[in-house]
Design a protein around this ligand. Structure first.
Ligand code: SF4
Length: 249
């Protein structure tokens, strides 16, 4: 890329970020409700393939019932499955949450670590969950790549990769650090309302002048490529699991 092209691309990215800031504000807090670091970790594990609103409904009672990491570590899996079943994948999530609580007590004295290696070594914690915790609890700038972020980054020409870890690194290279946490929230908001997986509403989109995929996007976010099911790839450990209708345990 020539210097001139490079500058033009930086200016395009700056315009995209300004428009996102104007549309969605600059509050970088996660939509998940929590009071402590371990609560955010649990809420983020529960949010795999589930809406934040549903997770917030479930955790309201859950954190009242299990008001310490010790209680969660000693929870009966069957009972926990019932407590969280409306979030989907309740069996794996309950298993991971109990194992994660036990690991936090055994390996970290009940504290949630801030480094990515220790976080991703915890049961049920992949790179995405680790980055949510690092960004929100420790203020460590990080970019969380979920299906919305990956898809829209590709549509906007900010990444050509499918692998979320590669998308994360592409975005870290192109987006200024003060937008690393925000870009996740902004692209999720855009992905839920306008730049949807199957039918992006390009004509209503406030980024249409800056988007190379305007009027061409569908499926995975690749222009002209094969459509893939959204959420098919998450990379790293199992942050997201294959969706299925929740059945009462
Ligand atoms: S113009 Fe279309 S493809 Fe591009 S970001 Fe907006 S909705 Fe998505």
């Amino acid at each position: 890329m020539t210097k001139q092209n490079d500058r033009a691309e930086q200016e395009r990215i700056a315009r995209i970020l300004n428009r996102l800031d104007d549309a969605y504000g600059t509050d970088s807090r996660t939509y998940l409700e929590y009071e402590t670091a371990w609560q955010l970790l649990v809420a983020t594990i529960l949010s795999a393939q589930c809406t934040d609103a549903r997770v917030n409904l479930v955790t309201k009672d859950l954190f009242r019932k299990y008001d310490s990491l010790e209680k969660l570590a000693a929870a009966s899996q069957e009972e926990l499955e019932q407590d969280i079943y409306t979030t989907g994948f309740y069996h794996n999530k309950a298993k991971n949450i109990i194992a994660c609580a036990q690991a936090l007590l055994e390996r970290h004295g009940g504290e949630v670590p801030s480094d990515i290696e220790s976080l991703t070594a915890l049961p049920g914690v992949g790179r995405k969950t680790a980055n949510v915790v690092r960004g929100n609890v420790y203020g460590v700038p990080s970019i969380v790549v979920d299906t919305h972020v990956g898809r829209i980054a590709r549509r906007l020409g900010l990444s050509a990769n499918d692998d979320p870890v590669k998308v994360e690194f592409d975005l870290m290279e192109k987006i200024p650090e003060d937008h690393w946490i925000l870009i996740n929230l902004h692209l999720i908001a855009l992905g839920r309302s306008i730049c949807k997986s199957q039918r992006p509403d390009c004509e209503a989109c406030f980024l249409k002048e800056e988007c190379p995929s305007r009027g061409k996007a569908s499926g995975s976010g690749k222009t002209g490529g094969k459509a893939k099911a959204e959420g098919a790839k998450t990379g790293g450990k199992a942050d997201a699991q294959k969706p299925a209708a929740p059945k009462k345990p």
